[in-house]
Design a binder for this molecule. Structure first.
Ligand code: KG4
Ligand code: ZN
Length: 356
């Protein structure tokens, strides 16, 4: 029996969870700062770190309480995200974890946030088949606010990056397009909501790098965002009311469709190229309903098992950090996992090789 307390503060969610034997959640507490940042239209780093300072202690306490543990020493280890993410935000979680580890004598494990997202698929959740413990190789698509990466996973902690975005991450594109269409923050859910009543056939946007052999597994979303901007300007010139809810819905639908199309087709292409046994999609954008349904159709057709976390595990949480720590995925850097652990805002996913 292994119980890990995990802490996650890489961006704008203060989160703590207790994970038993890697896959079973005893508790999962997430304090979101969305309201705080919405008036800035994006995450304001200093505001985020100061809010983490206020929230971290109650969130950790709640996670321990909800797990039914009498005290911290009933745990086996403490895991914490040490990168990538915002430096000031990461520091709050890392320092809280150090304090707890020092006081309790428990081992302290440093976890890569991207590995956390990958392992969100290994967490047990109701109404969803469990992912096989060892069904490798697998293709992993990470789509979040900061990352868009296609990865070949050949074993626990064994990754090979096949491609990534050349510019904006998919979530970043959602956020920027939402701002452009004045839909609010965070952009992904706002675009999804607007697109619900949109006509997907009214506008057709480009599918960047879809038929590009030199960038077969890479992505580019900044051009797509510019295409939306140009379309809005063109429509304005033609005298269209760009605040018209139906027009906004149609543009949002066209954008969402283009993103889902590119993400799913490239993931399917990689799955075929490497003859994998399963496909996993993870990260905040994997909460997108059109992406989920497009992927479900595509991989059902290919008869490949597809795993996407339940919605509450798509966006940032600490449960995934505990699971990643359990699978031993954490010795990613030469850093000793001690009280001298530093934060690494640009930490990449550890690689066993790159196919370029
Ligand atoms: O994984 P995450 O919570 O944080 C990072 O590690 O970046 O991802 C946040 C991103 C944001 O860009 C947000 O707009 C996007 O995920 N997102 C979505 C949806 N929910 C969150 N994008 C599209 N559709 C959604 N339903
Ligand atoms: Zn994340």
């Amino acid at each position: 029996m292994t119980r890990i307390l995990a802490i996650e503060t890489s961006c704008d969610e203060t989160a703590a969870a207790v994970v038993e034997n890697g896959r079973h959640l005893l508790s999962n507490v997430v304090a979101t700062q969305i309201e705080l940042h919405s008036r800035f239209g994006g995450v304001f780093p200093e505001v985020a770190s100061r809010q983490h300072v206020l929230a971290i202690q109650p969130v950790i306490q709640q996670a321990i309480q909800e797990a039914g543990l009498p005290h911290v020493r009933a745990l086996d280890a403490i895991a914490v995200t040490h990168g990538p993410g915002l430096a000031g935000s990461l520091l709050v979680g890392v320092n809280a974890a150090k304090g707890l580890a020092f006081a309790s004598g428990l081992p302290l494990l440093a976890v890569n946030h991207l590995e956390g997202h990958i392992y969100s698929n290994w967490i047990e959740a109701p109404n969803r088949p469990a992912i096989p413990e060892n069904a490798f190789p697998a293709i992993i698509l990470i789509v979040s606010g900061g990352h868009t990466e296609l990865i070949l996973m050949t074993g626990h902690g064994q990754y090979r990056q096949l491609g990534a975005t050349l510019d904006d991450a998919a979530g970043e594109a959602f956020d920027k397009v939402a701002r452009l269409l004045e839909l609010g923050f965070p952009g992904g859910p706002a675009v999804q909501r607007a697109a619900q009543h949109g006509d997907i056939t009214r506008f057709i946007l480009p599918r960047p790098l879809l038929q590009n052999d030199a960038h077969r597994f890479n992505f580019s979303f900044s051009g797509l965002k510019t295409a939306v901007l140009n379309m809005v300007r063109q429509l304005e010139k033609q005298g269209e009311n760009i605040r018209d809810p139906q027009l906004v819905a149609d543009i949002a639908a066209a954008f969402q469709n283009a993103v889902a199309d590119v993400l799913v087709h490239k993931t399917a292409d990689a799955a075929t190229a490497f003859g994998v046994r399963q496909v996993c999609i993870c990260g905040g954008v994997s909460a997108n309903s059109l992406l989920r349904s497009t992927a479900e159709k595509q991989f059902a057709q290919m008869r490949l098992p597809l795993y996407i976390p339940p919605l509450f595990l798509c966006t940032d949480n600490a449960a995934m950090i505990g699971t990643a720590a359990y699978y031993g995925a954490q010795p990613t850097t030469a850093l000793p996992h001690t009280l001298t652990m530093d934060v690494l805002p640009n930490l990449p996913l550890p690689e066993i090789g790159s196919v370029g």
